[in-house]
Design a protein around this ligand. Structure first.
Ligand SMILES: O=C[C@H](O)COP(=O)(O)O
Length: 318
């Protein structure tokens, strides 16, 4: 379900403060909790695969790495591993492929070639990663990406406005972006939490983004100095919970940036399960934005199936 948004409720936004030590204590329990083991772990890792927004956002992106990425999106795990787990017919594929808008047409072409047309292409837009271009240019970028076939749009908020406490300005801009996305394109809003200074700002930005109609809130671009951290994730999912209690609308969550290990993906899934419940562990409400996570997940699944780790050449790049 898309988020219709609501009027900006500044009273709600302003009244919240976050208790940093309490958030850090709770986040630490997630990091140190006993992880799921054996076949449960394999099942969680396969679930994580289906939630990945498989990403390449580099200045040196070319059609060849986009083509490899798209093949991997459709065939994220080697066939022999899937067969050994009895999962060869489960249709395991990633949640989306995420690229810069100029790479959207080739991502669509290569997904089609790989038999993966069902996988949406997500385009970053709005002056990603800094968001420091005029609003008209940012909105035009969204329109063009959609015209080229993007089915999901990852926008960035103005950290300048957020840091100046101009929540009305942040809300208005996100709303304009949502209108440009229209009724069929999912909009994920990147808060750039590493730039926001405090967890209180993270909570406020989360609320404002949801009030303005974001379908997902996302931690980071992957380009800030600090990207997805558990304390930030905890504050954001609590904001999602509060918004759900107030409006009945379920907004998705996407941690992104620096998530590289299979264990991390299980920790983020555990956060969703414990804070929001099982419904938020599926890819309509949970994504992990990552460029290299899949490599480690496939490596761990190889170990699960064969009892030893693969040599690098046996698991070519995700
Ligand atoms: O949205 C996804 C991020 O840009 C990916 O960051 P990463 O390269 O650290 O996995």
């Amino acid at each position: 379900m898309m988020n219709p948004g609501m009027e900006l409720d500044l009273g709600w936004v302003q009244k919240t403060t976050i208790n940093l030590p309490a958030v850090e204590r709770r986040a630490a329990t997630l990091r140190t909790r006993r992880t799921v083991k054996k076949s449960w772990q394999a099942a969680w890792l396969l679930r994580a695969v289906t939630c990945i927004d498989l990403t390449t956002l580099s200045g040196d992106d070319t059609s060849s790495n986009v083509s490899r990425l798209c093949y991997k999106a459709k065939h994220p795990i080697r066939d022999d591993l899937l067969k050994a787990m009895g999962m060869e017919d489960a249709g395991i594929e990633v949640g989306a492929v995420c690229v810069y808008s100029s790479r959207v047409p080739e991502a669509i072409k290569y997904l089609k070639q790989a038999g993966g047309s069902s996988i949406p292409v997500a385009s970053v837009a709005t002056g990603f990663p800094a968001g420091q271009t005029p609003l008209e240019t940012r909105v035009e970028e969204i329109r063009r990406a959609i015209k080229m076939g993007a089915r999901e749009i990852d926008i960035v908020i103005s950290r300048t406005k957020a840091l100046q406490g101009d929540w009305q300005g942040v809300y208005d801009e996100i709303k304009v972006c949502k209108e440009a996305c229209g009724a069929d394109v999912h909009m994920k809003t990147i808060l750039g939490t590493g730039d926001l200074g405090t967890l209180t700002n993270v909570y406020k930005a989360s609320l404002v983004a949801m009030m303005a109609g974001s379908d997902f809130i996302k931690t980071s671009t992957g380009k800030e100095g600090v990207n997805a951290t558990l304390p930030v994730g905890l504050v954001m999912v609590r904001a999602i919970r509060d918004y759900y209690h107030k409006t009945g609308v379920k907004v998705g969550f996407k941690p992104a940036g620096g998530i590289r290990s299979a264990k991390d993906s299980c920790t983020w899934l555990a956060l969703m399960k414990e804070e929001l419940g099982d419904e938020w562990m599926k890819n309509d409400l949970f994504r992990i934005g990552a460029s290299s996570l899949l490599t480690d997940i496939e490596r761990q699944l190889y170990h699960f199936v064969y009892g030893r780790y693969a040599a690098a050449h046996q698991l070519p790049l995700a």
